[in-house]
Ligand binder design. Structure first.
Ligand SMILES: Cc1ncc(COP(=O)(O)O)c(C=O)c1O
Length: 236
């Protein structure tokens, strides 16, 4: 499955040539471009439209992706028209509905709201005679950063929401988990170079910087505590 808001013509071609399982289309221009490429290649593109459900997940502004004002997905109101347009295109094989509402989400309510909307849309599109066979629910499940005291739901609890909302559709359900797998899979090891007294706090200067870990600076990503050889400190 190939997702992302800025896929180039070269990437779409490569994906089709290599028999990609599904392309999540995020805009009308992308749909038109993909149709052109697939028609030329003689390989209809298996497509889900990534829809924007206008759900506000309580997470950091920069990693909330499912609100109306975010750049991701096609507008909810445009979806029925775009499904019809896609269905009528020779280069497009409409398969499913995709959604991804954000990252580091520690409350199940926004997932439940988004997935319920997706289920409604699947039925609505099916009623127009278009066969919807897949739902892609994206990623987004949060992890605990200790300092933020977050108690994210478990994958099993998340699974219950999935079952309740889209379980009866008869669709193949797809997921795109990232953080919940990767966040605990590695650490950044760095060395303390100086401990520098400041007016209000002590700074620990280390030999890792934004080129190694840019997200705390760009996205306010919470740094994790680590234990140095002299004292406990925060990497930020
Ligand atoms: C389209 C899409 N799917 C999945 C993910 C993974 O999200 P997470 O790491 O929160 O599970 C992202 C993250 O940016 C994304 O943009």
């Amino acid at each position: 499955m190939f997702s992302g808001v800025g896929k180039t013509a070269e990437e779409l071609t490569l994906a089709l040539e290599n028999g990609v399982g599904q392309i999540n289309v995020e805009s009308e221009p992308e749909l038109n471009r993909l149709n052109g490429i697939a028609t030329k290649l003689g390989k209809p593109a298996p497509v889900a439209l990534r829809v924007n459900p206008d759900i506000h997940a309580a997470t950091h502004d920069k990693i909330a992706t499912g609100r109306k004002e975010d750049k991701f997905g096609v507008a909810w109101e445009d979806a029925p028209r775009l499904y019809k347009a896609a269905h009528d295109m020779t280069g497009i094989d409409v398969r499913g509905v995709a959604v991804h509402i954000g990252s580091q989400i520690t409350d199940l309510a926004p997932f439940e709201a988004a997935f319920s909307k997706v289920a409604g849309l699947v039925n609505e599109i099916r009623d127009t005679g278009i066969d919807i066979r897949t739902v892609d629910l994206g990623g987004g499940l949060g992890v605990s950063y200790k300092r933020d005291n977050a108690t994210p739901p478990s994958p099993a609890e998340y699974g219950e929401v999935v079952k309740r909302t889209v379980g009866d559709l008869g669709c193949k359900v797809m997921f795109e988990p990232g953080r919940v797998i990767a966040a605990n899979a590695g650490i950044l090891v760095t060395k303390v170079i100086y401990v520098k007294p400041g007016e209000t706090k002590e700074f620990v200067i280390v030999d890792a910087a934004m080129n190694d870990l840019i997200r705390p600076a760009m996205y306010d990503a919470p740094p994790r505590r680590f234990t140095g050889h002299r004292r406990r400190c925060w990497l930020s």
